[in-house]
Structure formats: structure tokens, C-alpha cells
Design a protein around this ligand. Structure first.
Ligand code: UT7
Length: 331
């Protein structure tokens, strides 16, 4: 495709619910310890949505901040893409509900299901719509309330997740603007889809009393199999975009990866041979917020002025599907 315009990130925002659940709180719920969680995952605490909060509520708060930081008005938005696997409903899409909350209508709004890689997939879709000239400002959000589909009796998964939303505005870059999406790479390996799955509630196994009793509507994950795949798939996605753009790792100012496990983040950093001071990590505060981890980390790093205008940022993620992908962006 010939590129008519470049796409850039023009605004970011994030929102996490007020309630905090620490590792010590989890010690009272399942047979676990603060020490196990910290050393195996790097997590200390996570935020939990309240009973009356759904994904679109979190997405709405994050969106307002992203729209403000992009210095546009909500009515300038011409598309909404929400990456989520824990939306308000199975249908309609959370993007349509968010559109209504923002007081907007009359343009495309849809969800993307790519697990934790969701925001990377969604940002890549937005990039195409900007580059071909169809849209000017696209709201792209990663939002998750996985704690509502968590099996609180399974210590192997319930300690890992937190709730949150990360929003970005992806806009048409002005001609002389140095900020732009440089490249991206997406992949999926459907042969491994059973490793990370919500087994019941869809057309394969509709919800019944039994499925609920057996907790089949909650997150099922074979953690250590995913672990091995995670480093390999993110490394491949990063290598492809670096090579294609004749860049070596020294040209990268910042690496932001999906925050699923500190050991995965560090292993990827080491494999890429990137200076550890260039790796953005916030897993200790929010745990794994799935599709929200990358836009949340991006927002924090931009607001704290760690990431500055002109910096080259490499983003990489992996998740249910199994999906994976990378984005190379100049902020
Ligand atoms: O974001 C989407 C993708 N998801 C991921 O990226 C997750 C990737 N996987 C991981 O991060 C890690 O595999 C986990 C953190 C989920 C687990 O760490 P691990 O080092 O792979 O542990 P393991 O599953 O191999 O379990 C080791 C031991 C087991 O005990 P035994 O069999 O050795 O006696 C588990 O029963 O740790 C035990 N264990 C726990 N102990 C205390 C598992 N969960 C816990 C826990 N507290 N919460």
C-alpha cells in the first residue's frame, strides 16, 4: 500500500480503579505468599474494578485524558477501536458503548480480540486507516477487567491480573512532523489457542449452571508453556521490524513490552541486548492488565517525561491466540 500520510501517537491517557489488592491481601485468599508473587512475577499490587464498573467505564476515563493530551475535541474523532477480551458484553462492542458515552455517533466503532496483544493489533489497524487517508483521529484503547473473569481459587492465575485502561489518540501527522509510526509486525499461532482460554460462554460451550460451577467462564492458562513462547515470539517480532528498517538495538530509546511477568520482560531485554535502563517497567503497581499494559506504560512514561518527543520506542506484546506483535514508533 502506498502511504498517503503518516500516522502518529498524538495523545495518551490511562485510568485504573481506586481499589488496590496487594500480594498480602492475596495471601488471605489463596495459598500464596508475597515473596512467591514478587520473585516469580515482579508484581506487588494490582487495581480492581468495583462491582458497578465495566470496561467502557474505565475506557471512558482513559479516553478523556488521551483526547485532552492530543489537544483535540471529542467530536474530531472519526473512529474508535477498543482492544479487549473482557468487554461490557459479548455484544455489542465496547467501542460502541464508549462512542455513546463520549456523546458521539456516525463513524465506525469496533472491538478487537487479540488477548494481551490487542492494543498492538488495534494500533496497527488504526495506522492503516490513517495512512490511507480515511481517518484523521482514531481513539485506540486497551481495556480489561480480567478480575471479573478470574478463578479466585486458582493460585496459578488469580494473583496475576489487574484491571485498567490505556487510551491513545492516533492521528494524521503533519508533513514536517518527525513523530510517526515507522513499522509494525503482527503474528498469530492458532495451534496453541488452548493454552490461554475462556472455555465457556461462547458458542462452543454456552454458559450453563454447570459451566459456572466448574469455573469454565474464567481465565484458564498454562502459564509455563506460555512463558517460553512469550520471549521467543516477542523477540521475533522485534527483530523483524529492526532488520526491515536497518536499525540496531542502539538506535532504540525505549522498549515497552507487555507487562505479564518481570522475568519475561528481562529475558527479552537481554536477548535483544538492550540497555536495561531503556526498558520501561510498571508491572509492580498494576500486575497484568492484558491489552491495557502497553498503552498504560506508554502514558506513564510520556507524562513523567521519560519518553520525549522524537524518541524511538519499540513496543512488543504477546497473548491469547497465541498472538504476538511489535510496533516501532517515533514519539
Ligand atoms: O498475559 C498473557 C500471557 N500470560 C503470561 O505471560 C503468563 C506467563 N507465565 C508466567 O508468567 C509464569 O508461568 C507464572 C507466573 C504463571 C508461573 O510461574 P512459573 O515459574 O512458571 O511457575 P509454575 O507454574 O511452573 O509453578 C511452580 C510452582 C508449582 O508448585 P510445584 O508443582 O513446583 O510444587 C505451583 O503450584 O509454583 C506453584 N505456584 C504457586 N505458589 C505460590 C503456582 N502459583 C503459585 C502462587 N503462589 N500464586
Amino acid at each position: 500500500m502506498s502511504i498517503k500520510y503518516y500516522a502518529k501517537i498524538s495523545g495518551t491517557g490511562m485510568y485504573v480503579p481506586d481499589k488496590v489488592l496487594t500480594n498480602f491481601d492475596l495471601e488471605k485468599i489463596v495459598d500464596t505468599t508475597d515473596e512467591w508473587i514478587k520473585t516469580r512475577t515482579g508484581m506487588s499490587e494490582r487495581h480492581l474494578a468495583s462491582e458497578d464498573q465495566a470496561a467502557s467505564d474505565l475506557a471512558y476515563e482513559a479516553s478523556l485524558k488521551a483526547i485532552e493530551s492530543a489537544r483535540i475535541r471529542a467530536k474530531d474523532i472519526d473512529m474508535i477501536i477498543v482492544a479487549t477480551i473482557s468487554g461490557d458484553y459479548a455484544f455489542p462492542s465496547t467501542a460502541c458503548i464508549l462512542q455513546q458515552k463520549l456523546g458521539l455517533k456516525g463513524f465506525p466503532a469496533f472491538d478487537v480480540s487479540a488477548g494481551c496483544t490487542g492494543w498492538v493489533y488495534a494500533a496497527n489497524i488504526a495506522k492503516q486507516f490513517i495512512e490511507n487517508g480515511i481517518a484523521k483521529h482514531i481513539l485506540v484503547i486497551g481495556v480489561e477487567i480480567l478480575t471479573k473473569i478470574t478463578n479466585w481459587k486458582d493460585r496459578g492465575t488469580c494473583v496475576l491480573f489487574g484491571d485498567g485502561a490505556g487510551a491513545t489518540v492516533i492521528s494524521r501527522a503533519k508533513e514536517r512532523d518527525i513523530s510517526r509510526f515507522i513499522d509494525s509486525e503482527l503474528a498469530a499461532d492458532g495451534t496453541q489457542h488452548e493454552l490461554l482460554i475462556q472455555k465457556a460462554g461462547g458458542s462452543r460451550l454456552p454458559a450453563t449452571k454447570e459451566t459456572v460451577k466448574e469455573n469454565l467462564h474464567t481465565v484458564y492458562m498454562e502459564g509455563n508453556k506460555i512463558f517460553k513462547n512469550a520471549v521467543r515470539s516477542m523477540y521475533n517480532a522485534c527483530e523483524i521490524v529492526l532488520k526491515r528498517n536497518q536499525l540496531d538495538v542502539h538506535s532504540i530509546d525505549w522498549l515497552i513490552t507487555h507487562q505479564a511477568n518481570l522475568r519475561i520482560i528481562q529475558a527479552l531485554g537481554k536477548k535483544l541486548k538492550i540497555n536495561e535502563n531503556k526498558v520501561i517497567i510498571n508491572i509492580e503497581k498494576y500486575a497484568n492488565t492484558s491489552s491495557a499494559t502497553i498503552p498504560m506504560a506508554l502514558d506513564e512514561a510520556i507524562r513523567s517525561k521519560k519518553i520525549r518527543h522524537g524518541d524511538i520506542v519499540l513496543l512488543a506484546s504477546f497473548g491469547a491466540g497465541l498472538t504476538s506483535g511489535s510496533l516501532l514508533i517515533r514519539i
